[in-house]
Design a protein around this ligand. Structure first.
Ligand code: F6R
Length: 599
Protein backbone atom coordinates (compact mmCIF):
# COMPACT_ATOMS: atom_id res chain seq x y z
CA UNK A 1 0.00 0.00 0.00
CA UNK A 2 1.09 3.65 -0.32
CA UNK A 3 4.49 4.61 1.03
CA UNK A 4 6.00 7.92 2.08
CA UNK A 5 9.57 9.07 2.39
CA UNK A 6 10.79 12.59 3.18
CA UNK A 7 14.30 14.01 3.61
CA UNK A 8 15.91 17.23 4.78
CA UNK A 9 19.68 17.08 4.85
CA UNK A 10 22.67 16.91 2.57
CA UNK A 11 22.30 18.38 -0.89
CA UNK A 12 24.13 15.64 -2.77
CA UNK A 13 22.09 12.91 -1.05
CA UNK A 14 18.43 13.94 -1.26
CA UNK A 15 17.40 12.35 -4.57
CA UNK A 16 19.12 9.07 -3.80
CA UNK A 17 17.58 8.90 -0.28
CA UNK A 18 14.15 9.38 -1.85
CA UNK A 19 14.67 6.74 -4.55
CA UNK A 20 16.30 4.20 -2.26
CA UNK A 21 13.60 4.85 0.35
CA UNK A 22 10.88 4.19 -2.20
CA UNK A 23 12.66 1.04 -3.35
CA UNK A 24 12.65 -0.22 0.21
CA UNK A 25 8.87 0.33 0.28
CA UNK A 26 8.22 -1.53 -2.98
CA UNK A 27 7.34 -4.72 -1.08
CA UNK A 28 4.22 -3.02 0.26
CA UNK A 29 2.67 -2.95 -3.23
CA UNK A 30 2.11 0.11 -5.45
CA UNK A 31 1.11 1.06 -8.97
CA UNK A 32 2.77 4.45 -9.50
CA UNK A 33 5.34 6.65 -7.83
CA UNK A 34 6.64 10.18 -7.67
CA UNK A 35 8.98 12.61 -5.97
CA UNK A 36 9.05 16.36 -5.36
CA UNK A 37 12.09 18.36 -4.35
CA UNK A 38 13.05 21.91 -3.82
CA UNK A 39 15.34 23.57 -6.37
CA UNK A 40 16.08 27.28 -6.43
CA UNK A 41 12.97 28.18 -4.48
CA UNK A 42 10.78 26.12 -6.80
CA UNK A 43 9.29 22.70 -6.28
CA UNK A 44 10.07 20.21 -9.03
CA UNK A 45 7.86 17.13 -9.43
CA UNK A 46 8.51 13.88 -11.32
CA UNK A 47 5.90 11.11 -11.46
CA UNK A 48 5.40 7.90 -13.33
CA UNK A 49 3.11 4.86 -13.57
CA UNK A 50 4.28 1.30 -12.96
CA UNK A 51 7.52 0.13 -11.46
CA UNK A 52 10.04 2.48 -9.83
CA UNK A 53 12.53 2.03 -12.63
CA UNK A 54 10.16 4.04 -14.85
CA UNK A 55 10.40 6.90 -12.36
CA UNK A 56 14.15 6.54 -12.01
CA UNK A 57 14.58 6.89 -15.77
CA UNK A 58 12.72 10.20 -15.68
CA UNK A 59 14.45 11.75 -12.66
CA UNK A 60 17.27 14.23 -13.15
CA UNK A 61 19.84 13.87 -10.37
CA UNK A 62 20.11 17.37 -8.91
CA UNK A 63 21.57 18.82 -5.74
CA UNK A 64 18.83 19.70 -3.30
CA UNK A 65 18.47 19.52 0.47
CA UNK A 66 14.75 18.82 0.67
CA UNK A 67 12.40 16.33 -0.96
CA UNK A 68 9.43 13.98 -0.56
CA UNK A 69 8.60 10.74 -2.34
CA UNK A 70 5.61 8.43 -2.64
CA UNK A 71 4.54 5.04 -3.91
CA UNK A 72 0.79 5.01 -4.65
CA UNK A 73 -1.65 2.13 -4.42
CA UNK A 74 -4.72 3.49 -6.17
CA UNK A 75 -7.86 4.04 -4.11
CA UNK A 76 -9.53 7.13 -5.62
CA UNK A 77 -8.92 7.21 -9.36
CA UNK A 78 -7.06 4.74 -11.56
CA UNK A 79 -3.28 4.35 -11.54
CA UNK A 80 -2.04 7.17 -13.79
CA UNK A 81 0.69 9.80 -13.80
CA UNK A 82 -1.90 12.51 -13.10
CA UNK A 83 -3.40 10.70 -10.14
CA UNK A 84 -0.07 9.73 -8.64
CA UNK A 85 1.53 11.78 -5.87
CA UNK A 86 2.98 14.36 -5.13
CA UNK A 87 0.04 16.67 -5.75
CA UNK A 88 0.48 20.39 -6.02
CA UNK A 89 -2.11 23.11 -5.48
CA UNK A 90 -1.11 26.77 -5.01
CA UNK A 91 1.80 26.92 -2.57
CA UNK A 92 1.39 23.38 -1.30
CA UNK A 93 2.92 20.14 -2.59
CA UNK A 94 2.28 16.95 -0.68
CA UNK A 95 2.21 13.17 -0.57
CA UNK A 96 -0.49 11.30 1.31
CA UNK A 97 -1.21 7.86 2.73
CA UNK A 98 -4.77 7.16 3.84
CA UNK A 99 -8.24 8.14 2.66
CA UNK A 100 -10.01 11.48 3.03
CA UNK A 101 -13.60 10.44 3.55
CA UNK A 102 -15.28 13.83 3.16
CA UNK A 103 -13.33 14.82 0.04
CA UNK A 104 -16.48 15.31 -2.06
CA UNK A 105 -17.97 17.93 0.23
CA UNK A 106 -14.56 19.58 0.69
CA UNK A 107 -14.16 19.65 -3.09
CA UNK A 108 -17.53 21.35 -3.51
CA UNK A 109 -16.56 23.94 -0.89
CA UNK A 110 -13.16 24.58 -2.51
CA UNK A 111 -14.68 24.83 -6.00
CA UNK A 112 -16.82 27.67 -4.69
CA UNK A 113 -13.55 29.34 -3.73
CA UNK A 114 -12.19 29.04 -7.26
CA UNK A 115 -10.09 25.90 -6.85
CA UNK A 116 -10.00 23.67 -9.92
CA UNK A 117 -9.10 20.02 -9.83
CA UNK A 118 -7.05 18.00 -12.33
CA UNK A 119 -7.25 14.55 -10.76
CA UNK A 120 -9.78 12.07 -9.41
CA UNK A 121 -8.03 11.83 -6.06
CA UNK A 122 -8.99 12.71 -2.51
CA UNK A 123 -5.37 13.79 -2.01
CA UNK A 124 -5.59 16.70 -4.43
CA UNK A 125 -8.57 17.96 -2.43
CA UNK A 126 -6.56 17.75 0.81
CA UNK A 127 -3.73 19.66 -0.89
CA UNK A 128 -6.14 22.40 -1.98
CA UNK A 129 -7.66 22.55 1.50
CA UNK A 130 -4.26 23.08 3.11
CA UNK A 131 -3.46 25.73 0.50
CA UNK A 132 -6.80 27.43 1.17
CA UNK A 133 -6.11 27.47 4.93
CA UNK A 134 -2.56 28.71 4.30
CA UNK A 135 -3.62 31.53 2.00
CA UNK A 136 -6.05 32.74 4.70
CA UNK A 137 -3.45 32.81 7.49
CA UNK A 138 -0.02 32.72 5.79
CA UNK A 139 1.00 30.60 8.75
CA UNK A 140 1.56 26.91 8.03
CA UNK A 141 1.05 25.59 11.55
CA UNK A 142 -2.28 27.43 11.89
CA UNK A 143 -3.22 26.26 8.41
CA UNK A 144 -2.49 22.62 9.28
CA UNK A 145 -4.41 22.88 12.55
CA UNK A 146 -7.38 24.28 10.69
CA UNK A 147 -7.16 21.65 7.95
CA UNK A 148 -7.00 18.97 10.64
CA UNK A 149 -10.40 20.13 11.91
CA UNK A 150 -11.93 19.85 8.43
CA UNK A 151 -10.42 16.56 7.24
CA UNK A 152 -12.30 13.34 7.99
CA UNK A 153 -10.65 9.97 7.46
CA UNK A 154 -7.05 8.85 7.72
CA UNK A 155 -3.88 10.55 6.63
CA UNK A 156 -0.13 10.77 6.88
CA UNK A 157 1.10 13.79 4.92
CA UNK A 158 4.61 14.98 4.04
CA UNK A 159 4.22 18.57 2.90
CA UNK A 160 6.32 21.22 1.14
CA UNK A 161 5.39 24.88 0.87
CA UNK A 162 7.14 26.69 -1.97
CA UNK A 163 6.96 29.95 -0.01
CA UNK A 164 8.94 28.39 2.85
CA UNK A 165 12.18 26.92 1.50
CA UNK A 166 14.09 24.31 3.51
CA UNK A 167 11.09 23.35 5.63
CA UNK A 168 9.34 19.99 5.62
CA UNK A 169 5.95 19.68 7.32
CA UNK A 170 4.09 16.55 8.31
CA UNK A 171 0.77 15.68 9.84
CA UNK A 172 -0.79 12.34 10.77
CA UNK A 173 -4.01 10.64 11.79
CA UNK A 174 -4.59 6.88 11.69
CA UNK A 175 -1.87 6.25 9.08
CA UNK A 176 1.62 5.46 10.33
CA UNK A 177 4.37 8.06 10.07
CA UNK A 178 7.80 8.11 11.69
CA UNK A 179 10.51 10.68 12.08
CA UNK A 180 14.19 9.74 11.93
CA UNK A 181 17.35 11.70 12.52
CA UNK A 182 21.11 11.72 12.31
CA UNK A 183 23.33 14.61 13.39
CA UNK A 184 22.73 16.52 10.18
CA UNK A 185 19.69 14.97 8.59
CA UNK A 186 15.98 14.53 9.23
CA UNK A 187 13.84 11.80 7.69
CA UNK A 188 10.14 11.06 7.41
CA UNK A 189 8.72 7.68 6.48
CA UNK A 190 5.54 5.66 6.63
CA UNK A 191 7.57 2.52 7.40
CA UNK A 192 11.01 2.20 9.07
CA UNK A 193 12.18 0.14 6.07
CA UNK A 194 12.38 3.35 4.01
CA UNK A 195 15.01 4.98 6.21
CA UNK A 196 16.69 2.18 8.16
CA UNK A 197 19.69 2.30 5.81
CA UNK A 198 20.47 5.78 7.19
CA UNK A 199 19.34 5.86 10.81
CA UNK A 200 18.06 3.70 13.64
CA UNK A 201 17.11 6.72 15.73
CA UNK A 202 13.39 7.12 15.21
CA UNK A 203 10.22 8.54 16.75
CA UNK A 204 6.71 7.19 16.13
CA UNK A 205 4.40 10.14 15.62
CA UNK A 206 1.21 10.07 17.64
CA UNK A 207 -2.32 10.61 16.44
CA UNK A 208 -2.97 14.22 15.51
CA UNK A 209 0.73 15.19 15.36
CA UNK A 210 1.86 18.18 13.36
CA UNK A 211 5.55 18.40 12.63
CA UNK A 212 7.78 21.17 11.29
CA UNK A 213 11.30 20.18 10.26
CA UNK A 214 13.96 22.78 9.57
CA UNK A 215 17.70 22.10 9.18
CA UNK A 216 18.69 20.62 12.57
CA UNK A 217 15.45 21.83 14.19
CA UNK A 218 12.29 19.88 15.00
CA UNK A 219 9.03 21.48 16.11
CA UNK A 220 6.49 18.91 17.22
CA UNK A 221 2.91 19.72 18.08
CA UNK A 222 1.11 16.81 19.72
CA UNK A 223 -1.67 16.74 22.25
CA UNK A 224 0.52 16.22 25.32
CA UNK A 225 3.94 16.24 23.79
CA UNK A 226 6.29 18.74 22.22
CA UNK A 227 9.47 16.68 22.49
CA UNK A 228 9.85 13.65 20.24
CA UNK A 229 10.34 10.37 22.10
CA UNK A 230 13.26 8.69 20.35
CA UNK A 231 13.59 4.94 20.19
CA UNK A 232 16.26 2.73 18.69
CA UNK A 233 15.07 0.67 15.79
CA UNK A 234 15.95 -3.01 15.98
CA UNK A 235 18.00 -3.32 12.79
CA UNK A 236 17.61 -7.12 12.80
CA UNK A 237 13.95 -6.49 11.98
CA UNK A 238 14.90 -4.60 8.85
CA UNK A 239 17.55 -6.85 7.32
CA UNK A 240 16.42 -8.46 4.13
CA UNK A 241 17.83 -10.17 1.09
CA UNK A 242 16.77 -13.12 -1.05
CA UNK A 243 19.73 -15.09 0.22
CA UNK A 244 20.17 -16.96 -3.03
CA UNK A 245 16.50 -17.89 -3.47
CA UNK A 246 14.63 -16.90 -6.64
CA UNK A 247 11.91 -15.17 -4.65
CA UNK A 248 11.34 -13.78 -1.17
CA UNK A 249 8.32 -16.05 -0.85
CA UNK A 250 10.42 -19.19 -1.32
CA UNK A 251 13.07 -17.89 1.06
CA UNK A 252 10.41 -17.14 3.65
CA UNK A 253 8.89 -20.63 3.27
CA UNK A 254 12.31 -22.14 3.92
CA UNK A 255 12.86 -19.89 6.95
CA UNK A 256 9.88 -21.49 8.69
CA UNK A 257 11.78 -24.03 10.82
CA UNK A 258 13.75 -21.16 12.38
CA UNK A 259 10.66 -18.97 12.71
CA UNK A 260 8.82 -21.70 14.61
CA UNK A 261 11.85 -22.30 16.79
CA UNK A 262 12.21 -18.58 17.59
CA UNK A 263 8.50 -18.09 18.23
CA UNK A 264 7.88 -21.17 20.34
CA UNK A 265 11.06 -21.89 22.27
CA UNK A 266 11.02 -18.80 24.53
CA UNK A 267 7.72 -20.09 25.96
CA UNK A 268 8.99 -23.59 26.64
CA UNK A 269 12.27 -22.79 28.37
CA UNK A 270 12.78 -22.69 32.15
CA UNK A 271 9.82 -24.81 33.05
CA UNK A 272 7.42 -22.88 30.84
CA UNK A 273 8.22 -19.63 32.70
CA UNK A 274 7.17 -17.35 29.83
CA UNK A 275 4.12 -19.42 29.03
CA UNK A 276 2.94 -18.85 32.61
CA UNK A 277 3.53 -15.11 32.12
CA UNK A 278 0.93 -14.99 29.36
CA UNK A 279 -2.39 -13.49 30.50
CA UNK A 280 -4.65 -15.72 32.53
CA UNK A 281 -6.99 -16.97 29.81
CA UNK A 282 -9.18 -18.86 32.25
CA UNK A 283 -10.64 -15.54 33.47
CA UNK A 284 -12.47 -15.19 30.14
CA UNK A 285 -15.71 -16.88 29.13
CA UNK A 286 -15.40 -16.09 25.45
CA UNK A 287 -12.73 -15.17 22.92
CA UNK A 288 -13.26 -13.08 19.80
CA UNK A 289 -10.56 -13.31 17.14
CA UNK A 290 -10.53 -10.40 14.70
CA UNK A 291 -8.29 -10.09 11.63
CA UNK A 292 -8.13 -9.82 7.83
CA UNK A 293 -7.03 -12.19 5.06
CA UNK A 294 -4.53 -14.85 6.06
CA UNK A 295 -4.49 -13.55 9.62
CA UNK A 296 -8.24 -14.21 9.70
CA UNK A 297 -7.51 -17.73 8.46
CA UNK A 298 -5.15 -18.34 11.39
CA UNK A 299 -8.06 -17.27 13.56
CA UNK A 300 -10.18 -20.02 12.00
CA UNK A 301 -7.55 -22.57 12.96
CA UNK A 302 -7.18 -20.93 16.38
CA UNK A 303 -10.91 -21.36 16.93
CA UNK A 304 -10.65 -25.11 16.35
CA UNK A 305 -7.73 -25.36 18.76
CA UNK A 306 -9.24 -23.18 21.49
CA UNK A 307 -12.73 -24.62 21.33
CA UNK A 308 -11.77 -28.21 20.63
CA UNK A 309 -8.98 -28.52 23.15
CA UNK A 310 -9.11 -25.40 25.34
CA UNK A 311 -12.87 -25.71 25.81
CA UNK A 312 -13.74 -22.03 25.42
CA UNK A 313 -16.25 -20.54 22.93
CA UNK A 314 -14.58 -18.58 20.16
CA UNK A 315 -15.97 -16.24 17.50
CA UNK A 316 -13.80 -15.39 14.50
CA UNK A 317 -14.62 -12.13 12.78
CA UNK A 318 -13.45 -10.32 9.66
CA UNK A 319 -12.14 -6.99 10.92
CA UNK A 320 -13.80 -4.87 8.22
CA UNK A 321 -17.16 -6.28 9.36
CA UNK A 322 -16.48 -6.33 13.08
CA UNK A 323 -15.57 -2.66 13.29
CA UNK A 324 -19.02 -1.58 12.09
CA UNK A 325 -21.29 -4.24 13.58
CA UNK A 326 -23.02 -4.62 16.90
CA UNK A 327 -20.62 -6.66 18.95
CA UNK A 328 -21.52 -8.72 22.00
CA UNK A 329 -18.64 -8.58 24.42
CA UNK A 330 -18.12 -7.84 28.08
CA UNK A 331 -15.50 -7.96 30.79
CA UNK A 332 -15.36 -11.73 30.43
CA UNK A 333 -14.40 -11.48 26.75
CA UNK A 334 -10.88 -11.40 25.36
CA UNK A 335 -10.50 -9.83 21.92
CA UNK A 336 -7.50 -11.21 20.04
CA UNK A 337 -6.39 -9.28 16.97
CA UNK A 338 -3.99 -10.98 14.58
CA UNK A 339 -1.81 -9.03 12.17
CA UNK A 340 1.54 -9.52 10.50
CA UNK A 341 2.09 -5.84 9.77
CA UNK A 342 0.34 -4.47 12.82
CA UNK A 343 -0.94 -1.62 10.67
CA UNK A 344 -3.96 -3.11 8.88
CA UNK A 345 -6.56 -0.35 9.06
CA UNK A 346 -9.60 -2.52 9.77
CA UNK A 347 -7.82 -4.65 12.37
CA UNK A 348 -6.52 -1.54 14.08
CA UNK A 349 -10.00 0.01 14.09
CA UNK A 350 -11.41 -3.21 15.61
CA UNK A 351 -8.74 -3.13 18.30
CA UNK A 352 -9.55 0.49 19.06
CA UNK A 353 -13.25 -0.32 19.24
CA UNK A 354 -12.61 -2.97 21.91
CA UNK A 355 -10.08 -0.79 23.75
CA UNK A 356 -12.58 2.06 23.82
CA UNK A 357 -15.15 -0.24 25.45
CA UNK A 358 -12.56 -1.33 28.02
CA UNK A 359 -12.50 -4.90 26.76
CA UNK A 360 -9.21 -6.79 27.25
CA UNK A 361 -7.27 -7.01 24.00
CA UNK A 362 -4.36 -9.16 22.93
CA UNK A 363 -2.38 -8.72 19.71
CA UNK A 364 -0.59 -11.51 17.88
CA UNK A 365 1.66 -9.39 15.74
CA UNK A 366 4.90 -9.65 13.80
CA UNK A 367 6.00 -6.02 13.53
CA UNK A 368 6.54 -5.31 17.17
CA UNK A 369 6.93 -1.55 16.71
CA UNK A 370 3.60 -1.30 14.87
CA UNK A 371 0.54 0.65 16.01
CA UNK A 372 -1.41 -2.53 16.85
CA UNK A 373 1.46 -3.80 19.00
CA UNK A 374 1.62 -0.45 20.78
CA UNK A 375 -2.10 -0.16 21.43
CA UNK A 376 -3.13 -3.67 22.51
CA UNK A 377 -3.27 -4.46 26.23
CA UNK A 378 -1.29 -7.68 25.79
CA UNK A 379 1.08 -8.56 22.95
CA UNK A 380 2.34 -11.95 21.82
CA UNK A 381 5.12 -11.35 19.29
CA UNK A 382 5.43 -13.46 16.18
CA UNK A 383 9.14 -13.88 15.70
CA UNK A 384 9.03 -14.22 11.91
CA UNK A 385 11.40 -11.36 11.11
CA UNK A 386 10.65 -9.07 8.25
CA UNK A 387 8.31 -10.62 5.69
CA UNK A 388 8.77 -9.14 2.23
CA UNK A 389 6.67 -11.34 -0.08
CA UNK A 390 3.14 -9.98 -0.24
CA UNK A 391 1.75 -13.49 0.26
CA UNK A 392 2.36 -14.32 3.89
CA UNK A 393 3.83 -17.71 4.76
CA UNK A 394 6.17 -17.64 7.74
CA UNK A 395 4.14 -15.09 9.72
CA UNK A 396 0.99 -17.17 9.17
CA UNK A 397 2.79 -20.29 10.43
CA UNK A 398 4.08 -18.53 13.53
CA UNK A 399 0.59 -17.16 14.26
CA UNK A 400 -0.68 -20.76 14.25
CA UNK A 401 2.07 -21.68 16.68
CA UNK A 402 1.00 -18.88 19.03
CA UNK A 403 -2.60 -20.05 18.95
CA UNK A 404 -1.39 -23.51 19.91
CA UNK A 405 0.51 -21.98 22.86
CA UNK A 406 -2.50 -19.97 24.03
CA UNK A 407 -4.48 -23.22 23.88
CA UNK A 408 -1.78 -25.01 25.85
CA UNK A 409 -1.82 -22.28 28.52
CA UNK A 410 -5.59 -22.59 28.76
CA UNK A 411 -5.39 -26.37 29.06
CA UNK A 412 -2.93 -26.01 31.93
CA UNK A 413 -5.07 -23.36 33.64
CA UNK A 414 -8.20 -25.47 33.28
CA UNK A 415 -6.34 -28.65 34.24
CA UNK A 416 -7.34 -30.24 30.97
CA UNK A 417 -3.94 -31.83 30.44
CA UNK A 418 -2.24 -34.48 32.55
CA UNK A 419 1.51 -34.32 33.18
CA UNK A 420 2.22 -37.22 30.89
CA UNK A 421 0.34 -35.69 27.97
CA UNK A 422 2.02 -32.34 28.64
CA UNK A 423 5.46 -33.95 28.46
CA UNK A 424 4.48 -35.64 25.23
CA UNK A 425 3.19 -32.35 23.74
CA UNK A 426 6.35 -30.49 24.77
CA UNK A 427 8.44 -33.16 23.08
CA UNK A 428 6.38 -32.61 19.91
CA UNK A 429 7.06 -28.86 20.11
CA UNK A 430 10.80 -29.57 20.43
CA UNK A 431 10.75 -31.77 17.35
CA UNK A 432 8.57 -29.44 15.28
CA UNK A 433 11.30 -27.25 13.66
CA UNK A 434 13.18 -30.39 12.57
CA UNK A 435 9.98 -31.93 11.19
CA UNK A 436 9.28 -28.78 9.17
CA UNK A 437 12.83 -28.80 7.86
CA UNK A 438 12.57 -32.45 6.85
CA UNK A 439 9.20 -31.91 5.22
CA UNK A 440 10.55 -28.97 3.22
CA UNK A 441 13.51 -31.05 2.12
CA UNK A 442 11.50 -34.07 1.08
CA UNK A 443 8.40 -32.46 -0.41
CA UNK A 444 8.31 -32.34 -4.16
CA UNK A 445 5.21 -30.69 -5.52
CA UNK A 446 6.68 -29.69 -8.88
CA UNK A 447 5.03 -32.57 -10.74
CA UNK A 448 1.64 -31.78 -9.19
CA UNK A 449 2.13 -28.13 -10.11
CA UNK A 450 2.88 -29.03 -13.71
CA UNK A 451 -0.28 -31.18 -13.86
CA UNK A 452 -2.52 -28.41 -12.52
CA UNK A 453 -1.12 -24.99 -13.43
CA UNK A 454 -3.13 -24.64 -16.65
CA UNK A 455 -6.47 -25.02 -14.88
CA UNK A 456 -8.58 -21.98 -14.20
CA UNK A 457 -10.46 -23.45 -11.21
CA UNK A 458 -8.99 -25.40 -8.34
CA UNK A 459 -10.80 -26.59 -5.22
CA UNK A 460 -9.64 -27.37 -1.71
CA UNK A 461 -11.71 -29.62 0.54
CA UNK A 462 -11.47 -30.45 4.21
CA UNK A 463 -13.48 -30.80 7.37
CA UNK A 464 -12.97 -29.08 10.71
CA UNK A 465 -9.46 -27.87 11.29
CA UNK A 466 -8.45 -29.22 7.86
CA UNK A 467 -11.06 -26.95 6.27
CA UNK A 468 -9.61 -24.00 8.18
CA UNK A 469 -6.22 -24.78 6.62
CA UNK A 470 -7.84 -25.11 3.18
CA UNK A 471 -9.08 -21.50 3.38
CA UNK A 472 -5.47 -20.37 3.53
CA UNK A 473 -4.34 -22.90 0.88
CA UNK A 474 -6.91 -21.46 -1.51
CA UNK A 475 -5.98 -17.84 -0.77
CA UNK A 476 -2.27 -18.57 -1.27
CA UNK A 477 -2.99 -20.07 -4.68
CA UNK A 478 -5.30 -17.38 -5.98
CA UNK A 479 -3.32 -14.40 -4.78
CA UNK A 480 -0.05 -15.35 -6.46
CA UNK A 481 -1.13 -17.50 -9.43
CA UNK A 482 -4.40 -15.69 -10.32
CA UNK A 483 -6.17 -19.05 -10.62
CA UNK A 484 -9.72 -19.02 -9.34
CA UNK A 485 -9.95 -21.26 -6.36
CA UNK A 486 -12.29 -22.06 -3.50
CA UNK A 487 -11.97 -23.76 -0.18
CA UNK A 488 -14.99 -25.78 0.85
CA UNK A 489 -16.06 -27.60 3.95
CA UNK A 490 -16.16 -31.03 2.37
CA UNK A 491 -19.75 -31.79 3.34
CA UNK A 492 -21.02 -28.50 1.98
CA UNK A 493 -19.88 -28.91 -1.63
CA UNK A 494 -22.90 -30.91 -2.73
CA UNK A 495 -25.21 -28.08 -1.69
CA UNK A 496 -24.46 -26.21 -4.90
CA UNK A 497 -20.80 -25.85 -5.73
CA UNK A 498 -20.33 -29.45 -6.90
CA UNK A 499 -21.94 -28.28 -10.15
CA UNK A 500 -18.60 -26.63 -10.93
CA UNK A 501 -16.70 -29.90 -10.79
CA UNK A 502 -16.10 -31.32 -14.21
CA UNK A 503 -13.62 -33.60 -15.92
CA UNK A 504 -10.09 -32.99 -14.63
CA UNK A 505 -10.98 -30.18 -12.22
CA UNK A 506 -8.21 -30.40 -9.62
CA UNK A 507 -9.55 -31.01 -6.11
CA UNK A 508 -7.02 -31.03 -3.28
CA UNK A 509 -8.42 -32.68 -0.15
CA UNK A 510 -6.76 -32.36 3.21
CA UNK A 511 -7.54 -35.38 5.39
CA UNK A 512 -5.61 -35.35 8.64
CA UNK A 513 -8.28 -35.29 11.32
CA UNK A 514 -8.76 -38.99 11.89
CA UNK A 515 -12.07 -38.58 13.74
CA UNK A 516 -13.83 -37.44 10.58
CA UNK A 517 -11.59 -38.72 7.82
CA UNK A 518 -14.12 -41.32 6.68
CA UNK A 519 -16.70 -38.55 6.15
CA UNK A 520 -14.27 -36.49 4.10
CA UNK A 521 -13.33 -39.53 2.04
CA UNK A 522 -17.03 -39.98 1.14
CA UNK A 523 -17.08 -36.40 -0.14
CA UNK A 524 -13.90 -36.98 -2.13
CA UNK A 525 -15.59 -39.97 -3.74
CA UNK A 526 -18.44 -37.69 -4.79
CA UNK A 527 -16.11 -35.35 -6.70
CA UNK A 528 -14.06 -38.19 -8.09
CA UNK A 529 -17.27 -39.73 -9.47
CA UNK A 530 -17.81 -36.46 -11.35
CA UNK A 531 -14.44 -36.64 -13.08
CA UNK A 532 -12.32 -34.50 -10.73
CA UNK A 533 -8.59 -34.93 -10.65
CA UNK A 534 -8.33 -35.81 -6.96
CA UNK A 535 -5.23 -35.16 -4.87
CA UNK A 536 -5.27 -36.16 -1.23
CA UNK A 537 -2.98 -34.64 1.39
CA UNK A 538 -2.87 -36.76 4.48
CA UNK A 539 -0.94 -37.97 7.46
CA UNK A 540 -2.49 -41.42 7.30
CA UNK A 541 -1.21 -44.35 5.32
CA UNK A 542 -3.81 -44.37 2.57
CA UNK A 543 -4.60 -47.51 0.74
CA UNK A 544 -2.26 -47.52 -2.27
CA UNK A 545 -4.91 -48.99 -4.57
CA UNK A 546 -7.64 -46.66 -3.56
CA UNK A 547 -9.92 -45.38 -6.28
CA UNK A 548 -10.81 -41.97 -4.81
CA UNK A 549 -7.53 -40.20 -5.43
CA UNK A 550 -5.18 -39.85 -8.36
CA UNK A 551 -2.24 -38.44 -6.42
CA UNK A 552 -1.34 -37.99 -2.79
CA UNK A 553 1.04 -36.12 -0.53
CA UNK A 554 1.92 -37.64 2.84
CA UNK A 555 2.73 -35.27 5.71
CA UNK A 556 4.43 -36.42 8.90
CA UNK A 557 2.32 -36.88 12.01
CA UNK A 558 2.58 -34.70 15.08
CA UNK A 559 0.39 -33.76 18.05
CA UNK A 560 -3.14 -32.71 17.08
CA UNK A 561 -2.47 -29.12 18.22
CA UNK A 562 0.60 -28.80 16.02
CA UNK A 563 -0.59 -30.74 13.00
CA UNK A 564 -2.01 -27.67 11.16
CA UNK A 565 1.48 -26.10 11.26
CA UNK A 566 2.77 -28.94 9.09
CA UNK A 567 -0.39 -29.24 6.99
CA UNK A 568 -0.20 -25.84 5.30
CA UNK A 569 3.36 -26.27 4.05
CA UNK A 570 2.66 -28.39 0.93
CA UNK A 571 0.03 -25.85 -0.12
CA UNK A 572 2.44 -22.92 0.24
CA UNK A 573 4.95 -24.67 -2.00
CA UNK A 574 2.29 -25.77 -4.45
CA UNK A 575 1.00 -22.20 -4.85
CA UNK A 576 4.57 -21.03 -5.35
CA UNK A 577 5.39 -23.65 -8.01
CA UNK A 578 2.11 -23.08 -9.87
CA UNK A 579 2.63 -19.29 -9.89
CA UNK A 580 6.17 -19.83 -11.15
CA UNK A 581 4.96 -22.00 -14.04
CA UNK A 582 2.46 -19.26 -14.91
CA UNK A 583 5.25 -16.63 -14.92
CA UNK A 584 3.56 -14.54 -12.27
CA UNK A 585 5.23 -11.78 -10.29
CA UNK A 586 5.30 -13.98 -7.18
CA UNK A 587 6.58 -11.53 -4.58
CA UNK A 588 4.46 -8.63 -5.80
CA UNK A 589 1.15 -10.00 -7.10
CA UNK A 590 -0.95 -7.57 -9.08
CA UNK A 591 -3.38 -5.32 -7.20
CA UNK A 592 -2.15 -6.47 -3.79
CA UNK A 593 -0.37 -4.61 -1.02
CA UNK A 594 1.63 -5.99 1.88
CA UNK A 595 0.30 -3.60 4.45
CA UNK A 596 -3.32 -2.57 3.96
CA UNK A 597 -3.45 0.77 5.73
CA UNK A 598 -6.76 1.91 4.27
CA UNK A 599 -10.14 0.36 4.95
C1 F6R B 1 -2.31 -12.90 2.21
C2 F6R B 1 -2.03 -11.77 3.06
C3 F6R B 1 -3.16 -10.90 3.48
C4 F6R B 1 -2.94 -10.43 4.92
C5 F6R B 1 -4.00 -9.40 5.30
C6 F6R B 1 -3.82 -8.93 6.74
O1 F6R B 1 -1.16 -13.63 1.94
O2 F6R B 1 -0.90 -11.53 3.41
O3 F6R B 1 -4.38 -11.54 3.35
O4 F6R B 1 -2.97 -11.53 5.76
O5 F6R B 1 -3.94 -8.30 4.45
O6 F6R B 1 -2.58 -8.34 6.91
P1 F6R B 1 -1.91 -8.22 8.32
O7 F6R B 1 -1.61 -9.59 8.80
O8 F6R B 1 -0.67 -7.40 8.10
O9 F6R B 1 -2.90 -7.53 9.23
Amino acid sequence: MCGIVGYLGKKEKTISVLIEGLKALEYRGYDSAGIAYQKENKIKITKSVGRLQNLEQKIKIENTVLGIGHTRWATHGKPSTTNSHPHQVGSITLVHNGIIENYIELKQFLEKHNYQFQTETDTEVATALIDYCYQETKNMISALKRAQKELKGSYAFAILNNEEPNILYAMKKESPLILGKTKEELFLASDPMAICAYTNNICYLKEGSILKLEPKKITLIEENETIPIWVTLDMEQTKCSKNGYDHYMLKEIYEQPDVIYNTVMPYLENNLENLHKMPNFNQYEKIQIVACGSAYHTGLVGKWMLEGVGNIPVEVEIASEYRYKKVFYDKKTLVIVVSQSGETADTLASLRKANKDNIDTLAIVNVITSTIAREAKYVLPVKAGIEIAVATTKAYLAQLALFSLITLKLMIEKKLIENEELEELLAHYQKLPIKIKKLLKELNVKELASKTYKNEDIFFLGRGIDYAICTEASLKLKEISYIHSEAYAAGELKHGTISLISKKTPVFSLVTDKEISEKTISNIKEVKARGAYSIVITTGQLDEKSDYYDDKIVIPNTHFLLQPILNIIPFQLLAYEIAKLRNCDIDKPKNLAKSVTVE
